[in-house]
Design a protein around this ligand. Structure first.
Ligand SMILES: Cc1cc2nc3c(=O)[nH]c(=O)nc-3n(C[C@H](O)[C@H](O)[C@H](O)COP(=O)(O)OP(=O)(O)OC[C@H]3O[C@@H](n4cnc5c(N)ncnc54)[C@H](O)[C@@H]3O)c2cc1C
Length: 804
C-alpha cells in the first residue's frame, strides 16, 4: 500500500467511488480510496437503484440530472455496465395539494431543461398498467430517471477512476486521523499509516464515526428502510417495454419493474432509527430482519393502489439502513476549524446525487470553490444547534415525509423549539405563528385575537393572507415591530480589523458611527454574502447577515485567515434585536433615548451605542421595509425589557407586531433582494445589482478581478421584480420564466405586495430582456400568467420615506 497520497477518500460506496472518479478526472491522479471491506458493502449494495431528477431545490435537481447523464460516460470509460433502465418516471397525485405540487415541478423543469409534463390518468395507466387510477386525480410524467444496478454503477466509477490513475485499497480500515501542523493528515489504517494532504469522509453508514475521528459531530443518522420484490406478474407478460418507475405520494410508495415482477418500497410514517448511538463495525454486506407486522398496513396501501402486486407472492424482502441529514439533503464540503477535512455523506439518494456530489466536491477541493451554488447541500447549513438529539428527532421526521410534498407555508414540528429568544413567550402570547431558522424560533405572522395561530398547508393563499396584509399596511401607515434576533451577527475586533475586513468584503468599510451595505464575493466574483457592517469604533465592528448562513459565513471568515490582531466571533447568542419600522418609528424610539433622532441628527445608516429605555444598546438607522426605521441590538438579559419598553412607547401610535411574511412582502415592494433566496453564489455583483456597493477603488479584495471583468463586459443576467397578472397564488421559487415559449430564467422569490396590491415575482432574466415593461410568462400552478418587469421599486421609488 502507498504511504502517501494527495487525497484519501474513506469509503467505497457509490459516493466515495464518485468522489474518487471526479478527483482523478479533474487531474488529481494521486488519490487513494480506502474501503474497510468490499466495495459497496455499506448501504450501497442493497439499494433499489432508483434514480430521478426531482428535488425541491433547482441546483440539486440540476446535479441529479448530471448524475444520471454521467452513467453513459463512466460505462464507456470503464467498460463496466451500470445496468441502466432509463425508463423515466411517473408521479401520482391523489389530492389537490399534491396536484399543485406536480404543477410546480412542471413549471420548474422547463428552465432546468428537463422533459416533464402533466398527463391524464389514462396516459398514466398506459405507462404503468398496474395502477388503479381510481385512487388518483392527476399525474406527472418525466423523461429522466429510471433505475440502475448499484454494484455495477459503483464499480464503473472505480474502474473509470483507476483508468485515470487513481488507486483503491479494499479491506483496509481507517482507524484514526491525526492532523499535522501544516494541515495534512496522518491516517492510521489496520494495514499501516498514510500521509495525505486531504481527507474525505465518504463513510456512509459510518460517517458519524469517521467524523468523530476528526473531533466533529455530523448531523447524520441511519433509518431502516424496506422494499419488497414480488413474484412474476401475469400483467407484465408479453409487454415489450418495462413499466415506468412510479411514485405514489399519498400512498408513500415507490414501485418499478424488477425482471418480470415488481419492486415496491415504502417510507412509512413511524420509521425506525438504526444504530442510534454507534454503527456496528462488523456490519458488512448485511441486511436487517424484516418487520412485516409493522410495515403491513403501509404495503397494504400499495397493494390497493397497485392491486396486481397483492395477487402474487413476495419473492424477496429487503430491510437495509441508509443515512439522512435532518433535512434530507446531503452534507458536502469543508468543515470549519478542521483544515483539509471534507465530507460527502448523509446521501440518501446516492444513485441520483452521487455524481453531482463528486463533481462539486472535486472542484471545491481543487479550486477552493464548488463552482456553483450548492448552499442546500453544504454541510455549513447546520450549526451547533444540530446536536445528536436534534438529529435524532429531525431525521425520522424527514424520513416519514420523504414522499410528502412540502408546502411552502409549512413549518415542520419535530425538535421545536430548540433556540428561543427571551421574548419567545411574549410573542406566543401575542398570537405569533412561529418558524425556525437555524434552530431559532421566529415569528412568521401574528394571529389576531380570536384566530387560531395555525395555518393550513397550501400552495395558494392561506388564511394568513389578510393578516399579513394588515401587518404590512400598519408598518407603512404607522409603526411595526419585528424581531431580528434570527439574523446572523458577528463581532470583528482588534487593531487589524479594518484592514482584514477591507480584504474580505468588496464594499467600503464604514467609518466609526456609520453602517455600510457590504457584499462579500468568492474569488470567482460570485456573491457569498450580502451583509451590513456597522463600525462602532475604529477597531470594533458589528456585522449583520442572514441567520441561516451563520455557519457558512463563520467558515468563510475562518478561511480568510484573520491575523493575530483580529478577533472574529459569532454574536448569535449574545445579541438580540428588534426592528422598528414605519413613519411613527422615530417618535416611538425617541421616547426611550436621549440622543436626538431627528432626520438631520441621526441619518440613514448611522449607528451609535446608547441606552434605549433600560437597555444598553446598539442603535442603527436601518431596516428592510423601505420605511423610516431602526434596528436595536442588546444583550439577551435586557431584551425582554427593551421589548416591553418599545411596546409601551409605541402604544399611542398603534404599534403592531409584524412577522417574516409581511417583511417579505414589504421588501419585494422595494425590490430588495434577500440572501439565500435571490442572492446566492450563482450570481454576480452586476447581475444582482450589488455592484453599486462595491468599492472598486480598493486595490485588493476577494473577487476583485472577476468583479472588474464583469463590470467591463457587462452582466449577462439581471435581477428584476415583476408584477404578475391575474393570479390567485404567488410564485414559490424556481418556476421558469418564459419568453416566447423558451425558458430564459427562474424565479428566486415571490410574495403578494399588499401595499401596492400586486402579486410580485423576483428572478433573473437575460440583461437584454430586462427592460421596463418587458413581458414574460410564468406557469403558476398550471396557469400561464403574464409577468411584467418593473425596473423601479413599486413602492416609494425615490426612497423618500426611507430617508425621511
Ligand atoms: C433498502 C434501501 C433502498 C435504497 N434505494 C435507493 C434507491 O432506489 N436510489 C437511491 O439513490 N438510493 C437508494 N438507497 C440509498 C443508497 O443506498 C445510499 O444513498 C448510498 O448507498 C449511499 O452511499 P455511500 O457511499 O454514501 O455510503 P455507503 O454505501 O454506506 O458506503 C460507505 C462505505 O464506507 C466504508 N467505510 C466506513 N468506515 C470506514 C473506515 N473506517 N475505513 C474504511 N472504510 C470505511 C464502508 O465499508 C462502506 O462501504 C437505498 C438504501 C436502502 C437501504
Amino acid at each position: 500500500m502507498k504511504d502517501s497520497a494527495r487525497a484519501v477518500i474513506i469509503g467505497g460506496g457509490v459516493v466515495g467511488a464518485s468522489v474518487l472518479y471526479h478527483l482523478a478526472k479533474i487531474g488529481w491522479r494521486d488519490v487513494l480510496l480506502l474501503e474497510k471491506s468490499e466495495l459497496t458493502s455499506g448501504s450501497t449494495w442493497h439499494a433499489a437503484g432508483g434514480m430521478h431528477t426531482f428535488n425541491g431545490e433547482a441546483n440539486i435537481s440540476r446535479l441529479q440530472k448530471y448524475t444520471i447523464d454521467l452513467y453513459r460516460e463512466i460505462e464507456k470509460l470503464s467498460g463496466q455496465s451500470c445496468g441502466l433502465h432509463p425508463n423515466g418516471g411517473l408521479m401520482l397525485a391523489a389530492n389537490e395539494g399534491e396536484l399543485d405540487s406536480l404543477r410546480l415541478i412542471c413549471s420548474r423543469a422547463r428552465y432546468l431543461g428537463m422533459e416533464t409534463e402533466m398527463v391524464s390518468l389514462a396516459e398514466a395507466h398506459n405507462l404503468n398498467p398496474l395502477i388503479d387510477t381510481s385512487h388518483f386525480i392527476g399525474a406527472l410524467w418525466r423523461a429522466d430517471g429510471g433505475h440502475c444496478d448499484p454494484s455495477g454503477t459503483t464499480h464503473a466509477y472505480v474502474k473509470a477512476a483507476q483508468q485515470l490513475g487513481a488507486s483503491v485499497e479494499r479491506f483496509t480500515r481507517v482507524v484514526s486521523l491525526t492532523p499535522r501542523r501544516d494541515g495534512s493528515w496522518d491516517i492510521l489504517t489496520d494495514k499501516g499509516a498514510i500521509r495525505a494532504e486531504h481527507v474525505v469522509n465518504c463513510a456512509g453508514l459510518w460517517a458519524r464515526e469517521v467524523g468523530h475521528m476528526a473531533g466533529i459531530e455530523l448531523p447524520v443518522l441511519a433509518m431502516e428502510h424496506h422494499y419488497l420484490i414480488t413474484e412474476d406478474l401475469p400483467e407484465l407478460t408479453g409487454r415489450d417495454r418495462e413499466i415506468i418507475n412510479t411514485t405514489d405520494y399519498s400512498g408513500e410508495i415507490y414501485m418499478r419493474q424488477e425482471r418480470r415482477g415488481a419492486l415496491i418500497g415504502t417510507y412509512e410514517p413511524h420509521g425506525v432509527v438504526w444504530a442510534p448511538l454507534m454503527t456496528p463495525d462488523d456490519f458488512t454486506m448485511q441486511l436487517l430482519p424484516e418487520d412485516f407486522e409493522r410495515l403491513a398496513p403501509y404495503f397494504e396501501v400499495g397493494f390497493r393502489h397497485f392491486p396486481a402486486l397483492g395477487r402474487v407472492g413476495i419473492r424477496k424482502a429487503v430491510n437495509g439502513p441508509f443515512t439522512f441529514a435532518p433535512d434530507g439533503n446531503p452534507l458536502v464540503g469543508p468543515v470549519r476549524g478542521v483544515r483539509n477535512y471534507w465530507v460527502a455523506c448523509a446521501v440518501m439518494a446516492g444513485f441520483s446525487q452521487g455524481g453531482g456530489i463528486g463533481l462539486v466536491l472535486s472542484r471545491w477541493m481543487a479550486e477552493n470553490d464548488p463552482g456553483q451554488d450548492i448552499l442546500s447541500m453544504d454541510v455549513a447549513r447546520f450549526g451547533a444547534f444540530a446536536t445528536p438529539r436534534y438529529t435524532a428527532l429531525k431525521v425520522p421526521e424527514n424520513y416519514s415525509r420523504r414522499f410528502r410534498l412540502a408546502y411552502p407555508n409549512e413549518e415542520l414540528p419535530a425538535a421545536r423549539p430548540v433556540r428561543r429568544s427571551p421574548i419567545h413567550e411574549r410573542l406566543i402570547a401575542a398570537g405569533a405563528v412561529m418558524g425556525a431558522n437555524f434552530g431559532l424560533e421566529n415569528a412568521l405572522w401574528i394571529a389576531p385575537e380570536g384566530m387560531p395561530p395555525a395555518e393550513t398547508p397550501t400552495y395558494r393563499r392561506s388564511e394568513a393572507f389578510p393578516v399579513v396584509r394588515a401587518e404590512a399596511h400598519a408598518v407603512r401607515r404607522s409603526v411595526g415591530l419585528y424581531e431580528t434576533t434570527n439574523y446572523g451577527k458577528y463581532e470583528v475586533t482588534g487593531r487589524g480589523a479594518r484592514t482584514w475586513l477591507d480584504r474580505v468584503f468588496a464594499s467600503r468599510i464604514p467609518k466609526p458611527g456609520r453602517l455600510a451595505l457590504a457584499p462579500m464575493l468568492n474569488p470567482a466574483g460570485r456573491i457569498v454574502g450580502d451583509l451590513s457592517i456597522a463600525c462602532l469604533a475604529e477597531d470594533r465592528f458589528l456585522i449583520i447577515g442572514s441567520g441561516f448562513a451563520e455557519e457558512f459565513h463563520l467558515r468563510w471568515f475562518w478561511q480568510a485567515e484573520p491575523p493575530a490582531d483580529v478577533f472574529v466571533r459569532s454574536a448569535a447568542s449574545t445579541l438580540a434585536g428588534l426592528s422598528i419600522a414605519g413613519p411613527r418609528s422615530r417618535e416611538t424610539v425617541q421616547r426611550l433615548t436621549r440622543i436626538d433622532l431627528s432626520a438631520e441628527a441621526f441619518r440613514l445608516f448611522q449607528v451609535t451605542e446608547t441606552a434605549v429605555g433600560f437597555a444598553p444598546a446598539i442603535l442603527t438607522r436601518a431596516g428592510f421595509t423601505g420605511e423610516l426605521g431602526y434596528e436595536i441590538w442588546t444583550t439577551p438579559d435586557y431584551f425582554a425589557t427593551l421589548y416591553d419598553d418599545l411596546r409601551e412607547a409605541g402604544r399611542d401610535f398603534g404599534l403592531v407586531h409584524f412577522g417574516g411574511r409581511a417583511l417579505s412582502s414589504l421588501r419585494l415592494e422595494k425590490a430588495y433582494g434577500s440572501f439565500n433566496k435571490d442572492f446566492r453564489p450563482d450570481y454576480t455583483p452586476g447581475e444582482t445589482g450589488l455592484d453599486r456597493y462595491i468599492d472598486f477603488t480598493k486595490p485588493d479584495f476577494t473577487g476583485r478581478a472577476a468583479a472588474l471583468a464583469e463590470r467591463t463586459a457587462g452582466a449577462r443576467r439581471r435581477f428584476v421584480v415583476m408584477e404578475v397578472a391575474e393570479t390567485q397564488a404567488e410564485v414559490v421559487g424556481f418556476e421558469s420564466i418564459m419568453k416566447e415559449g423558451a425558458a430564459v430564467g427562474y424565479v428566486t422569490s415571490g410574495s403578494y405586495g399588499h401595499c401596492v396590491e400586486k402579486s410580485l415575482a423576483a428572478g433573473y432574466v437575460p440583461s437584454a430582456l430586462a427592460t421596463e415593461g418587458a413581458r414574460f410568462e410564468i406557469d403558476i400552478l398550471g396557469e400561464m400568467r403574464t409577468a411584467t418587469v418593473r425596473l423601479q421599486p413599486l413602492y416609494d421609488p425615490q426612497g423618500l420615506r426611507l430617508r425621511s
